[in-house]
Design a protein around this ligand. Sequence first.
Ligand SMILES: Nc1ncnc2c1ncn2[C@@H]1O[C@H](COP(=O)(O)OP(=O)(O)OP(=O)(O)O)[C@@H](O)[C@H]1O
Ligand SMILES: O=P(O)(O)OC[C@H]1O[C@H](OP(=O)(O)OP(=O)(O)O)[C@H](O)[C@@H]1O
Ligand SMILES: O=C(O)c1cccnc1
Length: 488
Amino acid sequence: MMSTDDSLALHTDLYQINMAETYWEDKVHNRKAVFDLYFRKLPFGNGFALFAGLERIIDYIKNFQFSASDLTYLKEELGYGDEFLEYLKLVRFNGNIRSVREGEVVFGNEPVLRVEAALAEAQLVETALLNIVNYQTLIATKAARIKQVVNEQPLMEFGTRRAQEMDAAIWGTRAAFIGGFDATSNVRAGKLFGIPVSGTHAHAMIQAYKNEYTAFKKYARSHRDCVFLVDTYDTLKSGVPNAIKVAKELGDNINFEGIRLDSGDMAYYSKEARKMLDEAGFNETKIYASNDLDESTIISLQAQGAKIDAWGVGTKLITAYDQPALGAVYKLTAIENENGEMVDTIKISGNPEKVTTPGKKKLYRIVNMSNNHAEGDYVTLENEHPNEEEKLKMFHPVHTYISKFVTDFKAVNLHQDIFKDGNLIYQNPTLYEMKAYAKEQLNLFWDEYKRTTNPEEYAVDLSQKTWDNKMDNISEVREKVKVMVEND
Ligand SMILES: Nc1ncnc2c1ncn2[C@@H]1O[C@H](COP(=O)(O)OP(=O)(O)OP(=O)(O)O)[C@@H](O)[C@H]1O
Ligand SMILES: O=P(O)(O)OC[C@H]1O[C@H](OP(=O)(O)OP(=O)(O)O)[C@H](O)[C@@H]1O
Ligand SMILES: O=C(O)c1cccnc1
């Protein structure tokens, strides 16, 4: 039987608690630590990502506390000692969090969120933060890709039945809304978040009434706005003619908003159905399409001249079908030493892209004032002020010979202060504002970064100081390893 589920504090990996225990025993648990949350590579081969998940993070952090039943479990089932449990009982998140906004356009290798807190606290919240950002950012990005393709045509999220369980359906549809979807079929998401809900009907209703004519008519009796599903038996011979027949009979008593195609060759069917609807005088009636759609099928349908006006997308959006993980990580970049000084830390890897960037950092977007377009993102150390510089040198952090100077620019700080000393100091925008923000921010980027296939790579650069600091840290670690090997 499932036991009490009254807190999210145990929604973490065991190793976080074990590390917290080690720090606590060693009395270093309250040393200040800085962690960056970032992903390395953009998903789906896209040219950008849309950040999502902050609202849930805020809620999680605000309520972060081990409950009595959590502590009992840790004691009785996992055998943690009483004194450590006493510490866990009192632990709250008392640190600082800075993050980009939900709906922000983000890229690989930039700190989208920064946690600065007591070492153990920062560690205990890592897993949940990654869990939330990894999924929601992935879905918001997938949604933005699909939105990019359909432009202003209506886009409905139909994925709940195929989502990886209930949380994914709810938070996924919210992320999809930020990314550009207009509505969801999930009524609970409508209630919780105020997302517009919309829907048609299923094949089951046709089957229940045995024939389309009766089913459409019965549906129309209880619903003024009608989108009839026309592919249960034969789309062109039966479905569309029956929809037209019912619409003609009922006239102004209904809004014959559309028909929905859910199988077969949707390019061919939509063109034929369009002709039939137009000939019957229903020029305003829209053609909806659904059935395993994603941005590639939609592009293909468009290229074939399909007459589709509205799109229902489920499985491939909500499960991030072609790339199920974003791969965001949470890395320690600075830690307080025994003298109370902050010391930068680095994690070295054979793969240069996996070497972390040490130091407490800020994230700027360099906007060219002459054309109001983004030139690149710029990661600086905490005490740098790029806006005070006349001329900014931007260079590729790995292939450093790729560089440019930017003069007429403004550096926009992308980080918002969310928590300060454990207190929430951020006023969360509404979901509609986040969606509008995402749309507006995307206008800052040239189309070359936004195409769905082989987009241009957008620059995410380190300031000279950040880069030098990284190189110094690498040399220092190399030196240490060398000394260790020599002393062996
Ligand atoms: N003209 C088209 N061009 C490209 N892709 C299409 C076209 N028409 C439909 N599709 C897509 O092809 C796939 C067809 O899938 P599938 O074969 O499972 O559907 P179906 O057999 O027509 O219907 P179902 O199995 O759901 O009853 C779907 O992803 C659909 O969106
Ligand atoms: O295809 P998706 O993008 O996930 O969109 C949602 C699908 O859910 C419904 O199908 P249903 O569950 O009735 O089964 P079906 O796939 O056999 O039509 C609907 O008719 C869509 O086809
Ligand atoms: O309303 C619809 O048409 C719908 C809803 C969920 C899944 N498929 C279709």
